[in-house]
Design a binder for this molecule. Structure first.
Ligand SMILES: [Fe+2]
Length: 481
């Protein structure tokens, strides 16, 4: 798609990206002298394959990006993830694998055969994690793609489960370097479906994931992330659910098999993080979320912060044809807090809204503040009242319950990634990095915000547009020589 096919300024972020490497990206402003390392980001690199276009923001061919900051200079490289999905697109001009909301063109015979020989996509485009010293591009299918963090070349594939058949996972594993563990949720879809928490001992070289906890489920929900406190794992099961048999028939794109059933409410399944034992399930009125923010223990309660929506219509709002409508509106998610009682007979919980500010792609100083009750600041992208796409960054203080905003004319920022100043004491002593689309110029820049004041200190300007991505991480140790 070219930007000209829609009147929306942010459309350049739904087109195609060239593969480039730039040694010295022009910088305006002053980079902090302590900021050294690389922001690695993942997201779609192209929404177009041959004559076909992907249908949804969560589709597309995976592209990795590396912004390296060193000695006050910025270098940049991007590269498509060298997967089977990418090779089929590049070499044959075809969409070969089902994505979130786009299926390949298949004959009825091929659809029938897909039941017995499912081919989950390996286009791992959603997040990045360093797990047991491996840099992984993460997908919602169990196929995780290892890559070189400097060259961004694909190294191989690994996975959270023993099989890819009829299984999905989250792109938000919980990582605890102090305990040497990584935990992720896998949903196994079949006649007796299960949620399974898989645990990896990241301190033992060569270790493979084992099952920590499991729970049977009749109609599994679409689960994008989960919560983890010091003592518990929290699976928030929203009532966007699927008949697993119909899903395995795969007669329509993955997410279109799910149905919103608000009468079920949202169930919080709580598991002991150490033993995997199911502790309790409590229910709240129905809501939907992609992203947990934090969870912490508080006496006999577990407190869960997440970005909640009143229903799951946000998924439909991200179809490209919907985003192209002049009056396109994205339902606003808000930061919400749920207190889950572990003791006593109560099984109903209610939440409170921490802030009315719309927020998505939430992030925090994860390494330091995850699981802590004194966690204060949440960073994210946000929306105004007018139609359009995420056009500002916000910092929500969940103690004072105030919001600070950064925005610029015709600019569309991606996820804000917090990088703490070494030796910091204040939680927000650092910077927030975001890749921002300048719709007027149809180019993107790496934005460096002072996290405390939430004001711009520098930007590094690329000559091309980076498509609207999802998630990334900053690694101080990734420094090309
Ligand atoms: Fe996500």
């Amino acid at each position: 798609m070219s930007a000209g096919t829609t009147s929306q300024g942010f459309a350049a972020g739904f087109g195609e990206s060239p593969e480039v490497a730039i040694d010295d990206v022009p910088v305006r402003g002053i980079l902090p002298d302590w900021l050294e390392g690389s922001l690695l980001r993942n997201g779609p690199g192209s929404f177009q394959v041959g004559e076909r276009r992907y249908r949804h923001w969560f589709d597309g061919l995976a592209m990795l990006h590396r912004f390296t900051v060193s000695s006050g200079r910025v270098s940049y490289q991007n590269r498509f993830l060298e997967t089977e999905a990418y090779r089929a697109a590049r070499d044959e001009g075809r969409i070969a694998f089902p994505e979130f909301a786009t299926d390949p063109c298949r004959s009825l015979f091929a659809r029938a055969m897909a039941v017995f020989d499912p081919q989950p996509t390996d286009s791992a485009k959603v997040n990045i994690a360093k797990v047991a010293e491996k840099f992984l591009a993460l997908a919602e299918t169990p196929i995780q793609v290892e890559f070189d963090p400097v060259t961004l070349k694909t190294v191989g594939v690994t996975g959270w489960d023993t099989s890819n058949f009829g299984r999905m996972t989250t792109v938000h594993p919980q990582l605890d370097d102090a305990r040497g563990e990584a935990i992720n949720l896998v949903t196994r879809f079949n006649a007796s479906s299960q949620y399974v928490f898989r645990h990896l001992d990241t301190a033992t070289p060569g270790a493979t994931p084992t099952t920590l906890a499991r729970r049977r489920v009749g109609e599994p929900g679409y689960i994008h992330s989960f919560g983890m406190s010091e003592r518990y794992l929290v699976l928030a099961e929203f009532p966007l659910v699927v008949n697993p048999v119909s899903l395995l028939l795969w007669l329509k794109p993955y997410i279109e098999n799910f149905r919103w059933k608000p009468e079920r409410g949202t169930k919080f399944h709580i598991f002991d993080r150490q033993t995997g034992a199911h502790v309790k399930t409590v229910t709240s009125p129905a809501f939907f979320a992609f992203h947990h923010v934090n969870a912490y223990d508080d006496g006999d309660d577990v407190v869960v912060d997440l970005v909640g929506y009143d229903d799951a219509s946000v998924i439909e709002a991200f179809y490209l044809h919907r985003l192209e409508e002049p009056d396109a509106r994205i339902p606003p998610g808000t930061l919400r807090r749920f207190r889950l009682p572990l003791r006593g007979g109560g099984k109903t919980v209610t939440g409170e809204q921490i802030s009315p500010t719309p927020i998505e792609l939430p992030s925090l100083d994860y390494a330091r503040m995850n699981t802590r009750p004194d966690h204060r600041y949440v960073y994210g992208v946000s929306l105004g009242d007018e139609p359009g796409f995420y056009d500002r960054l916000v910092k929500i203080d969940n103690v004072s319950r105030t919001t600070t905003t950064w925005r610029a004319e015709a600019c569309y920022p991606g996820e804000g990634v917090f990088v703490g100043r070494p030796g910091r004491e204040a939680e927000d002593d650092g910077v927030v990095l975001s890749v921002v689309l300048d719709a007027a110029a149809e180019t993107s820049f790496l934005l460096v915000l002072d996290a405390a004041s939430f004001t711009e200190t520098a930007r590094a300007e690329l000559p091309h547009a980076v498509l609207h991505g999802y998630h990334g991480q900053f690694y101080g140790e990734v420094r090309p020589t």
